[in-house]
Design a protein around this ligand. Sequence first.
Ligand code: ADP
Ligand code: MG
Length: 267
Amino acid sequence: MTTASGPPSLEMAGRAGSRRWALPAPPSGSQGTRIDLDDLCRYYDIGATVVKALDDVNLHVDHREFVVVLGASGSGKTTLLNMVGALDSATSGTVRIAGIDITHAGRDIRREIRRHTVSFIFQSFNIFPALTAVENVQFGADAAGRESPRDLAQQVLEEVGLADRADHFPHQLSGGEQQRVAIARALATGNPILLADEPTGELDFHTGVQILELLREQAEAGKTVLVVTHNREISRVADRVIELSSGQIVSDGPPRGGRAAVRDVRW
Ligand code: ADP
Ligand code: MG
């Protein structure tokens, strides 16, 4: 049983009796951007051996900040992001997003977290090839059930500097422009937490820097932005760097040497 003063819980959400679960309003309180991972393990049992993709991870993000998760290939970055994005379930430990314990949540609650709380940006953009830029962005607004989705999509495209590309299809856009469409789609949801998996991985340096700048601006505008990368140079622009190695957090703090401006990084 949940008390009135306690945090929102699955029981409370489940008793709402409809498919629209009672989640806290996203951007107003700090709950909207909270990420709490406690004693989190994600093991893959592959027969002869067990891969410890995440091995006793404790991570708490409670500010609207730009967080970079840094680690070599195979260190567990994507697994971690999938946990925060309600795409995967823990082997043990707990996962709370925006104050909601989703450790044992079913598909409906996970979907609601993805609709209203977290948005993904991928290395390979993942925008729909048959939809124009503005239609791709509108998809994000529609998925989150936002009002006037078309107008909103147009407005967000403008914010990412693509107003004049609204009616272009992805194949008519550069890689950097496609990634900006993907970011616009994530922003159009209005969700307070942005998750980006190697978002500059397929872009040249110059374009990658523009994307980083855009993501930084989102953190400054009040979102929590979690970027995973294997590129240490990118971590220099973070407020906070979490280093993963073999599924474990090996350091957590501001970048070594202090935070750098995006224009000062090179890779
Ligand atoms: P990263 O994103 O840092 O490259 P991942 O999170 O993708 O790392 O993977 C972490 C570890 O878990 C790696 O050793 C990887 O091989 C393993 N792994 C990831 N997904 C699976 C899976 N579905 N089955 C078995 N092992 C997996
Ligand atoms: Mg990965």
